[in-house]
Design a protein around this ligand. Sequence first.
Ligand code: NDP
Length: 248
Amino acid sequence: MEQVTVVTGGSRGIGAAVALRLASAGHQVAIGYERAQEAAEEVARQIRDGGGTCMVHQVDTSDEQQVDAFFGAVRETLGPATGLVNNAGITGPLGRFAETPVEVMRRVVDVNVMGALICARRAVLDMSTRYGGAGGAIVNISSGGATLGSPGEYVHYAASKAAVDAMSLGLSKELAEEGVRVNSVQPGMIVTDIHAAMGDAQRPWRKSDRIPMRRPGQPEEVAGAVVWLLSPDASYTTGATLRVTGGL
Ligand code: NDP
């Protein structure tokens, strides 16, 4: 079966690494980006140079109409989605909980939780045998913070990612009989732009003493786990949460 996999936030960081690795594994890849069109086009160029097939589309994953348009364009260009990597996510500016503006928290929940729900809902309509699909797999990118907690830095972010894990687990049970597997990956401290909003002292490479493996991870080290969960090798794995944290 042709694998057509949608990667949200595929322009940068973990999503870009996932898109590249999926293409190497033979998936046709639909790369979603919000603002970084040039970066998304660069990922697509690398995929095409390597002989892969892909497309690039602008989408704010928290907007239902934009998500519908994205999946519609994917269906037209590559075919119905058989895979989704719900990767788009933000932390917002970090700080003490009581000093974090409610609007910041609301946007983080909107993108990280509503965005993931909206994309998963749309993907299920393509994939589930109940709706005429041929089956598929969803990987939700959560965070080690969802279960480890992140006091004093990003409590609202950790809360949003715990919601992603809960969605993953519930959905895995609902869709198990409909040919769709659903799993979560919890990255630890991975070197990407997401830390640009943090103070220098908070960046992962400054916190390596808290990580048993004594180093932050690279996006490619998360991508391997995601691609495995989407592969036939993971055909009996659903409802799992895979922590990729260097032991944190
Ligand atoms: P980056 O900041 O490097 O990239 C974020 C990606 O998400 C970009 O492609 C961005 O698009 C996209 N994006 C942001 N908001 C939206 C939106 N509203 N609609 C669509 N796309 C959006 O982050 P990472 O690669 O580090 O993070 C990827 C995922 O991994 C996130 O869910 C994050 O929470 C999670 N994670 C990351 C960790 C880390 O240490 N890096 C640790 C734990 C979890 P654009 O480029 O167009 O702006």
